[in-house]
Design a protein around this ligand. Sequence first.
Ligand code: PAF
Length: 249
Amino acid sequence: MTVLVPTMGALHKGHQGLIKRARSMSKEVVVSIFINPLQFENSDDLEKYPRSPERDIQLATLAGATEVWMPDYEEIYPGEIKKLNAGPLGKIFEGASRPEHFDGVVTVVNRLFEIVKPSAAVFGEKDFQQLAIIKAMKSSVEIVGVPTVREFDGLALSSRNIRLSEQGRVSANVIHRALAGAHLAPSVVIAQEIINSTLATEPAFKLDYAAIIDEHSFELANDQTRHKRAIIAGWIDGVRLIDNMKMGA
Ligand code: PAF
């Protein structure tokens, strides 16, 4: 059985965690590295997306990948592109700020599945909305989510973190402070207040959204919601940062 770990490269310990998880499931682990233009809303972000192919091969192999596949554009999108629709979940939160982003994600994931034909595929929980949207795709591929790997100060590992300035990198842990502070709050209202007030302590952080949602429907949570998750997105130094955490014990 083949397990696929789809990535856009610039691999880090978070990706290595995904690969290790895949390897615990199967002896055949394919890591794909393809920077998918369809999921970028502006060409600047696409151009600035970090690229480190040689290091990626080393890190993927060390983590247990048996094949590192770097398809070119033509292999993924031969001829006319049939863009898929991510549905209503693709239009809110990340999707509201990044129109068509999730359509691009489901389109490429579908192509990767068509070509590799894996039995399972592994994705990080850091991109929680992406994971939910991929789980909702009508596919026979088993979708496995893996918890977020964090830096010493709680910042979620992301390929984009290297674009932060030294000061921006220090400021960036405000997101985790907000999530961790709210985690055991006695009510949704108090959790939301803790998140808002913590984020407001960091002027470098430009908020996009901070919400507590039902982790299945992505509707705003209340105290009766069984599975709650806080989701936060914003920018520091113009770099988009997102993170999330399960709320409650
Ligand atoms: O999470 C990512 O790196 C990308 O969105 C993915 C799933 C590899 C699709 O391009």
